[in-house]
Design a protein around this ligand. Structure first.
Ligand SMILES: Cc1ncc(COP(=O)(O)O)c(C=O)c1O
Length: 359
């Protein structure tokens, strides 16, 4: 069997060892005589998997006793709704930093529930950057300050958390979750669909500070949408198999040395790729240098005909998923945690060869 070099933006590459373990355990989970998918989510098998995933997340992010971890469904798009639904009403305001398509979607949903102050936007320059702290205009009393830590489509990423004047940060971390250490104590809430860095699609990880959870609504919104109903208990049937795979990916990440170790690898992978892009004028990165993402490396070729040829020939050479998002065009290499260094090196070799032939 030959596996592709997978640069898909999501769902994305998973560690091979995780897939192999899942394959081996698929039909008969730990001698239970059944697959985990066929067993009660309240039984001992799933209970252990669920607990282990929480413990691993706790260790990887240093959550201590201050945070609740929820395994929900509905993706990050569901959180665009659930966050403001739990925290806003027409008399309150939240601040949102607008750095791409996903931020815009989050803002549009939040406007259904409360007042939204767009404290920064890079839309005028086609989302080519994230803000410096002194460019952010926070309101007086925001319930929270929302940001998108990594902008999957435009290939930009915050180097560290933005200012929030002491108000809780709420983060859509879908595309750089667990790719580096974060300053967790500054967060009220962080959410991420698993399907880029943490597992398959189907589970959305929500991490909430207990103080922030205490401020969430417990009436006036549907019971399923109340964060409080999900904390410390399984409110309804969780996505059993995605959580199982998430747990395996978390174990793999611990084996790599955790988020600090993976950050170094991610920096090295992205560094080599950007160096190739910057080598001359042939390839060009639309994101400003200080804002460049280590997860989604977006680049252009001299014209669109060459871009189409590049993507087609790359695919034929086993380098898959390099087409840019349909709204942005160009090329994009998504190099999340599980994308091997060898895949990045194969892409660099292909870029050199392509430039040599088509330059
Ligand atoms: C940063 C970011 N936020 C939100 C989403 C939407 O996620 P979902 O499909 O899980 O709703 C994506 C998907 O690519 C994303 O990259």
């Amino acid at each position: 069997m030959s596996r592709i070099h997978n640069f898909s933006a999501g769902p994305a590459a998973l560690p091979l060892s995780v897939l192999e373990q899942a394959r081996d355990e698929l039909v008969d989970f730990k001698e239970a005589g059944a697959s985990l998918m066929e067993l009660s989510h309240r039984g001992p098998e799933y209970t252990e998997v669920d607990a282990q995933a929480r413990e691993r997340l706790n260790r990887l992010l240093g959550l201590g006793d201050d945070f609740e971890v929820l395994f929900l469904q509905g993706g990050a798009s569901g959180q665009f709704v659930q966050v403001p639904q739990n925290y806003l009403d027409p008399a309150t305001t939240a601040d949102y930093l607008c750095t791409g398509t996903w931020s815009k979607k989050a803002i549009a949903e939040a406007r259904l529930f409360g007042n939204i102050n767009v404290a920064y936007s890079s839309e005028a320059s086609h989302f080519d950057r994230v803000p410096e702290d002194d460019e952010i205009g926070l309101s007086e009393q925001p319930r929270y300050v929302h940001f998108t830590s990594n902008n999957t489509i435009f290939g930009t990423q915050y180097r560290r958390e933005p200012i929030s004047n002491g108000f809780p940060l709420v983060c859509d971390a879908s595309s750089d979750f667990l790719s580096r250490p974060i300053d967790i104590k500054r967060y009220g809430l962080l959410y991420a669909g698993a399907q880029k860095n943490a597992g398959p699609s189907g589970v959305t990880i929500v991490i909430i500070h207990k103080d922030f959870l205490a401020l969430a609504k417990d009436s006036g919104i549907p019971a399923y949408h109340q964060y409080k109903n999900h904390a410390g208990t399984l409110y309804n049937t969780p996505p059993v198999f995605p959580v199982y795979l998430l747990n395996l990916v978390l174990g793999w990440l611990e084996d790599q040395g955790g988020v600090a170790a993976i950050e170094k690898i991610n920096e090295a992978k992205a560094g080599r790729l950007y160096a190739e892009i910057d080598a001359d004028e042939y390839y060009r990165c639309p994101a400003q240098v200080a804002s460049r993402s280590r997860m989604n490396v977006v680049f252009r070729l001299p014209d669109e005909t060459l871009e189409k040829k590049f993507i087609k020939e790359a695919e034929a050479a086993g380098l898959s998923g390099l087409k840019g998002h349909r709204s942005a065009g160009g090329c994009r290499a998504s190099i999340y945690n599980a994308c091997p260094e060898a895949s990045v090196d194969a892409l660099i070799a292909f870029m050199r060869e392509f430039r040599g032939k088509n330059g």
